[in-house]
Design a binder for this molecule. Sequence first.
Ligand SMILES: *Cc1c(COP(=O)(O)O)cnc(C)c1O
Length: 446
Amino acid sequence: MRRKGLASMAVQATESSATPADSDDLRPGGTPVDLGPAVALSCRECGQRVPLGPSFACQECFGPLEVAYELPAGDPEELRKRIEAGPATIWRYAPLLPVPADVADKPNLNPGCTKLVKADRLAAELGVTGALYVKDDSGNPTHSFKDRVVAIAVEAARAFGFTTLSCSSTGNLAGAVGAAARRVGFRSCVFIPHDLEPGKVVMAAVYGGDLVAIEGNYDDVNRFCSELIGDPLGEGWGFVNVNLRPYYGEGSKTLAYEICEQLGWQLPDQLVIPIASGSQLTKIDKGLKELIALGLVEDKPYKIFGAQAEGCSPVSAAFKAGHDVVRPQKPNTIAKSLAIGNPADGPYVLDIARRTGGAVEDVTDPQIVDAIKLLARTEGIFAETAGGVTVGVTRKLIENGVLDPSLTTVVLNTGDGLKTLDAVADGPTATIRPDLDAFRAAGLAG
Ligand SMILES: *Cc1c(COP(=O)(O)O)cnc(C)c1O
């Protein structure tokens, strides 16, 4: 049995029910599903367990399903060594992910192990006296954090026998799905809003899968995909962020694992995380809790801060108003990758921000541009607009006395500035004839 040597381990209250019978590990055709330590899907609301499969909503209460595990028990030191001896990709954390043990041997885009940059010059500008880090996920294969979530969804697609990958995307996901599909030999057909940045459209189209622009915003695209999934037209398709969403979400845990490992197996005090649907933020919290439960890091309080653009700030608005539910908004911001007006995980984000003592804040488009330039100027990191959102929100939270500048803080940059060039539109300091007199006249010498 593949689970020999593993003991049942509850990492969340909802996962504390009895170990499911082995028959739960069967997919509809009767073939066993091997997704490593993943044993079932469990409802985030009512705890109901269902077998691993392409399901995303609880049949009982319509709550979102998430992956439940039997995580490795035993000596944390041994597990730490096993992880450290693994590949320099997210697959080093395979024992904690819903993937088969031999995942690293298969064709894959192998994302992860991106840089954690100690940002001393940015810290000085922001008045941070503690340690400030930027987790720079622009270094992933398609230059955004989305490669992490897609890599896990691909393994679920393989396990469930899907050979077409699809998604509703704010841009980065479409590119990540297109690239991953080519790499593993699947078909892809992805859906985006019609008004995305040219860099995102090209990145989504270049891999040769089908790319469909929908006349509407992301929430329209998402609604369309939900209809498609229930229709014979979409039958047999793996929608990474719809019917494979529970698996997809788990990819974001690797950000938590990497940050802590890169800090020498320690929790940061504060994290600033962008919010689109809120999946990434909630799964980073799940990952941190797992590390504590497994004894891989010492337990201590950490605060999670969510970051949005003012032009699409439904979670921030709910946080400030003290609401538990998120009222949908119509997005209008340059931070298109975060422009989800009706975020599926919004209420969970509110809960995490409040429970950890964090907050959710938003910044205006001009503040986003300023923050992109600040990060570029201080640390040599060119972030897309989502990175401008997190850096801008970090600055605002410090100015407002909400984020403690004396603690260890990790700010996420989730995408590459080359995809959102229009946001900054900087140009040369001077344009001159190729001679020294012209250069002298430009006043740039010395
Ligand atoms: C998708 C995305 C996010 C976060 O998305 P969630 O839906 O909240 O998980 C953050 N940054 C970038 C650049 C993205 O593309």
